[in-house]
Ligand binder design. Structure first.
Ligand SMILES: [Zn+2]
Length: 63
């Protein structure tokens, strides 16, 4: 129930769009304040970089 209330609170009081993080392994939500509506990760420093690093690893492993 608290989660629902928090969701409404964000939607009512904060500008921007709330959506799930684009990282499948992440359960956080992100608040997109960009005009272009292009934000996909909750945080570029955490999820964005982690995803990039993992892709790089997979590619390296296959040679
Ligand atoms: Zn995330």
């Amino acid at each position: 129930m608290e989660l629902v209330l928090a969701w409404y609170d964000v939607r009512e009081h904060r500008p921007g769009r709330l959506r799930p993080c684009g990282n499948d392994e992440c359960r956080l939500f992100l608040l997109d304040r960009s005009r272009a509506n292009t934000a996909r990760r909750c945080s570029m420093k955490t999820c964005g970089n982690r995803l990039k690093a993992r892709r790089h690893q997979e590619r390296a492993r296959r040679g």
